[in-house]
Design a protein around this ligand. Structure first.
Ligand SMILES: [Zn+2]
Length: 478
């Protein structure tokens, strides 16, 4: 028997023997607001009320039509707009990469993982899970009530974090945890590690797909750690047979498979092997989009790289700010001049940081968004958030990264769907989250204005409820 079920049975028997009649009725709460947005239809209910019993939505409608029982808690959010709690369907809460200087990247090339990602995975798993707990709380405070953590959590950091939140020991969003990423050996993803330590480092973070049977075994290892989803990083050397075996074994265990595939060949492998979602999908062709639509495969946009996000984070992560640097050098005119020259060069348009995207890249993302909309492919959005952004919480940086998708041309309502209804469907949780409807979990957020008219309202979340519990209410005195 599953240990959690066993523990529950023991607790139940104990409570029946000691306190046979102890049963308090669930808390009933009525949340009222001037407007409620239904992302699925785009309809706005004004004014609106949501009746919640325990952690479940019971009724949604005009306040005049809902009669809360005596003793119900009333929360009046005044002129705010309610919408479903947001879902970040691609994040890495146990990783806090600081983008390294260009020179350092060049000298310590480790494949497509940066040197700092490698340092992060070599850190103590205990330290990383504590950081994950902080990031989880910060996400929730920004209105992200569900996240899917797709790797880089050590062996069981994400599943343990999920269980601690579910048990009420920590405050955070609902978590779908992928455990370790499934990868192939030998391509550019991770390289040049100290040979004496390489396996120890890699086994802490990855499971290797070595042949179709090896792929099945990797899924089983993650199932042992009770994961909610399987994440695969597809590179050119992953075969369709290997990935199809992974998908089959995952589906046999009722788990979906999210495949990181940015380039054309791995995208095709993911489509042919029957992945449930393709993460990133940067080089998707129209033909591939058509196949995805026919097979019902989701595209998970990861828009952090679509706009200014990296450029701005790069500025913030310079070891010293340019202003501080200049201040420290005031006494020494000659040195100061040298730094002034440096500042001048850093600010000139010819200097390009890796991660800074030019107009051509931006156009490519705008084009991708339009082609996806035209194709009828189902899509959601996640951030791929794994960075340390000085001066912002994880939640603030996450919303900022998501909004790039709107800058790349996705209309506001589609943007909201990508992080509510659509995301819920991609996760297979459409019966629980992503909408404010009777029977769903009471995960709600409120923003002061109209998020369809101005999508940046999502950066101004003033009320967060998860599971019927108020996490944040800046409107309490309204
Ligand atoms: Zn990722």
């Amino acid at each position: 028997m599953n240990p959690r079920v066993l523990a529950l049975c023991v607790a139940l028997i104990f409570s029946l023997q000691v306190r046979p009649l102890a049963q308090t009725p669930p808390q009933v709460t009525l949340v009222k607001a001037a407007h409620l947005l239904d992302p699925k239809t785009g309809n706005v209910l004004s004014p609106a009320a949501v009746l919640i019993e325990g952690n479940t939505i019971k009724q949604v409608g005009a306040p005049s039509l809902i009669r809360p029982p005596l003793g119900a808690k009333i929360i009046d959010l005044g002129s705010a707009t309610l919408l479903p709690g947001m879902i970040d369907s691609h994040t890495h809460l146990l990783l806090d990469v600081i983008l390294p200087a260009e020179a350092e990247r060049a000298r310590h090339y480790n494949g497509t993982m940066t040197i700092v990602e490698l340092l992060a995975i070599a850190e103590s798993p205990s330290k990383r899970v504590l950081m994950g707990a902080q990031n989880a709380r910060e996400d929730l405070e920004s209105g992200i009530t569900t996240v899917r953590i797709l790797g880089h959590s050590g062996i069981d950091g994400d599943t343990e974090l999920r269980d601690a939140i579910n048990a009420g020991e920590l405050v955070g969003p609902r978590i779908l945890a992928a455990g370790r990423k499934l990868v192939t050996r030998g391509e550019g993803y991770v390289r040049n590690l100290n040979p004496a330590l390489a396996d120890a480092i890699l086994n802490q973070e990855f499971l290797f797909i070595e042949g179709a049977e090896g792929g099945r075994e990797a899924v089983r290892q993650n199932v042992f750690h009770n994961v909610d989803v399987i994440k695969v990083t597809a590179e050119e050397n992953l075969t369709v047979a290997e990935l199809a075996a992974v998908v089959e074994e995952a589906h046999r265990n009722h788990l979906k498979v999210a495949v990181h595939a940015a380039f054309k060949v791995p995208i095709q492998t993911a489509i042919d092997a029957g992945a449930d979602s393709i993460e990133h999908g940067n080089e998707l062709t129209d033909e591939q989009l058509k196949k995805m639509r026919d097979k019902g495969i989701f595209l998970d946009f990861t828009p952090a790289s679509y706009g200014e996000f990296f450029d701005r984070m790069f500025e913030e992560t310079l070891a010293q700010t340019l202003a501080m640097r200049a201040e420290r050098l005031q006494a020494n005119a000659a040195t100061r001049k040298r730094y002034d020259d440096l500042i001048h060069r850093l600010q000139s348009p010819e200097v390009k940081f890796e991660g800074a995207f030019d107009e051509q890249d931006r156009q490519r993302y705008r084009d991708l968004v339009q082609r996806v909309l035209k194709s009828g492919v189902k899509f959601a959005a996640g951030t791929d958030m794994c960075w340390f952004y000085p001066g912002k919480t994880c939640g603030q940086a996450t919303i900022m990264a998501l909004l790039n998708l709107h800058s790349a041309g996705l209309p506001a309502l589609d943007m909201i769907r990508a992080i509510t209804t659509n995301a819920a469907e991609m996760l297979g949780w459409q019966d629980r989250i992503g909408a404010i409807e009777p029977g769903k979990f009471a995960d709600l957020v409120a923003v002061p204005g109209d998020p369809v008219a101005d999508i940046t309202e999502l950066e101004r979340v003033q009320f967060v409820m998860k599971d019927g519990q108020v996490i944040r209410n800046d409107l309490a005195r309204n």
